[in-house]
Design a protein. Structure first.
Length: 214
C-alpha cells in the first residue's frame, strides 16, 4: 500500500509525485508534452459526454480530459501513482473524474504487475511481484461512451477485449499507445472491430469506426 513515504509534493510540478521515480523531471516533461495530443482524438468525437482513460499516472491525463469531456472514468492500478493521482485531482479540484485503483483487462479478477524505476512504466506481467485487482470497461455498464484512451504498457488489447460490448454498442473513438512489439496485433484487432486509424501521434494511434468515417 502507498503511504506518505512513497510520494512527495513537488512544488515545481504543483503535484504529488512518486519518490521511486529515477528521473522525475524527464517524466514530468514527457507528460506535459503529451497532454495537447489528447485533443486530437477528442476532435473526432461527435459528442463529448463520457470517456474512459487508463494509465492515469499522477492525474494529469484525466485532468486534461476532464476539460474536454463531461465525465471521465480513469484507472491507475500502480498504488503509489494512484495515491498521487487521487491527491492531485482533489488538490486541483477536478470534480468530474472517477478514479479507480483497478487495472483494466479482458475479465474481472486479478493480475500481477512488474515494477519499474520510472513512474508510469509498470506493466501487467504473469511473472510480476505485485497483485492488483482487475476489471473491465464493460463492467462499468456505461449509458454512453464517446472515447476510450489507453496507455497501459502493452496491455491495451486485453482491455479492448474487456470492452467488446461497449465498443459494439457505442462505437467510441479509441486512442491507444502502440508499442513496436504489439503494433501488428493491435492493427489486426482494430481491423476486426471495424476500426481504422485516423491519426498517429508519436507512439499513439487514434482509431475511428469505419462506419463513421464514411
Amino acid at each position: 500500500m502507498a503511504d506518505a513515504l512513497g510520494f512527495t509534493f513537488r512544488q515545481d510540478f504543483d503535484a504529488w509525485w512518486p519518490k521511486y521515480d529515477h528521473a522525475p523531471e524527464t517524466c514530468f516533461r514527457f507528460v506535459q508534452r503529451g497532454l495537447p495530443d489528447m485533443e486530437i482524438a477528442a476532435r473526432h468525437c461527435k459528442r463529448r459526454r463520457i470517456v474512459v482513460q487508463a494509465g492515469a499516472h499522477a492525474g494529469f491525463w484525466p485532468r486534461r480530459l476532464a476539460g474536454l469531456f463531461g465525465k471521465v472514468y480513469a484507472f491507475e492500478c500502480e498504488p503509489v501513482l494512484h495515491a498521487c493521482a487521487e491527491r492531485n485531482l482533489k488538490r486541483w479540484r477536478v470534480p468530474n473524474v472517477t478514479l479507480s485503483s483497478k487495472a483494466l483487462g479482458a475479465a474481472v479478477g486479478s493480475a500481477k504487475m512488474s515494477p519499474h524505476r520510472s513512474a508510469g512504466s509498470w506493466s501487467i506481467d504473469p511473472h510480476g511481484t505485485m497483485l492488483v485487482k482487475m476489471t473491465t470497461i464493460d463492467s462499468l455498464d456505461l449509458v454512453v461512451c464517446d472515447a476510450i484512451y489507453l496507455d497501459i504498457e502493452g496491455w491495451e488489447i486485453q482491455a479492448l477485449i474487456g470492452a467488446a460490448r461497449t465498443i459494439k454498442q457505442f462505437r467510441p473513438i479509441i486512442h491507444l499507445e502502440v508499442l513496436p512489439d504489439n503494433e501488428h496485433a493491435t492493427e489486426c484487432h482494430m481491423a476486426a472491430l471495424g476500426y481504422r486509424r485516423v491519426a498517429a501521434i508519436h507512439k499513439d494511434v487514434v482509431y475511428k469506426s469505419e462506419e463513421r468515417i464514411k
